[in-house]
Design a binder for this molecule. Sequence first.
Ligand SMILES: [Zn+2]
Length: 489
Amino acid sequence: MRRLGLTGLCLVLAACARHPRPSLIGPSSAPVMLPPQLFNGGVPRTAEEWRAVGREATTLLSQYVRINTTNPPGNELKTAQWLKAVLAREGIESQIFEPRPGKANLYARVRGDGSARPLIFLNHMDVVLAAPEYWKVDPFSGVVKDGYVWGRGALDMKGEAIAQLMTLITLKRAGVPLKRDVIFLATSDEEVGAGVGAGWFVEAHPELVRDAEFLINEGGTIRADVNGRIEYYGVGTTEKSPFWLDVTARGTSGHGSRPTPDNPVHRLVRALSRIANHQTPLIVTPAVERYFRDLATIERDPARRAWFADIRAALRDSAAVRAVTADLTYNALLRNTISITGLRGSDQTNVIPPVATAAIDVRLLPGQEPATLLAELVRVVSDTAVSITPQGPSWPATESPTDTELFQAIVAAARARDPKALVTTPPLTGFTDSHYFRRLGIVSYGLSPFPLNEAESRGVHGNDERVSLEDLNFGVRFMYDVVSRAVVR
Ligand SMILES: [Zn+2]
């Protein structure tokens, strides 16, 4: 963590004179200088006032990225302490829960008048590994360069967290009357699956979240073209569910020089070959059908436009099937998918092991039964010496409705920017922590506020992750615009 020099900062941030005092915070061992509060005069209205909010968001994000929360181990406690300090300066109290040393979840709640149920901002504090040798900058420098804030987490999802945080802070500073409580929940362990993050939180403290009506999380997309023109506002309302499996083949171990007919590695390879050649059927769920129909309205190619407009009909035409499923995302939205991802036999070349194993990543569409898929694989393999077992508990794919006040707020905020804006609901092929909350009956939307093109999206879990200052400005204002429509009295 590096200290920000006030003088240097002020050269860049013109509004310093009005709010000249950054504050020193943090545990005494590692003080952090918070960036100055650049806009503190009610609800920002003019473009210049919003740019000040954007500049403050930029400096906060830059600091946030510098706290290295690569998971494992995550070190989310450091982040939680930093967030607590940022919130405390605004007079927002927060609690840190530390389920394990160094691991933390932070919870803050700004009160409304209780006439409507709360809205939760959910964000995870951990990030995935960054290999510095492939980056143009130090992935944990938080450097602001060439119009971008660079660093691991700039998009996934520290940048989104800052847009949420600035919205909460702006509401609080402006003192606008709220009809709902607004909850800010920053969690651990999103990037590693099992852990002590969102899943732990809803299990250990359901009383702190279960009265909520809405939740905003990662998992949305504002898709832009190469020129930065917004193609659509995508709200995440549903995602596939993971059903991860172990395949285990048993046989007789022995010396590699004397092959046996029931070598478990041979058995496993035969079983996996059948699985790899198995094609799951095409399925059109209502959410996917709706998404394609929306895409048809912006598709320029006439053939594709016709396919998207009626995807069910298109899938009866083999040329259309080949063309549509050639797109990895579309393919994954139209079927349960199976990827063999892990293999393990003997640790020594001259030893036939007694057991060989493989890992399979299965993803199920909404409405699909894990047991049915498992039975299908057992039939495909048809070898009693090979067993297929789930790695852990699975859950059915979850979905949130769109006939809600929050969805209307998103549409209104998008249309305020462009009356013809397309707001659609792209299903996710992956999954987020939203399912924990959807299962409590909380309407949960993926809402990412940054318009990203293809190249920028590749930074997520990739190299040179970065968010442009322009997108940050846009995102902070867009998030406020959406949420204020849903929470202000
Ligand atoms: Zn994420």
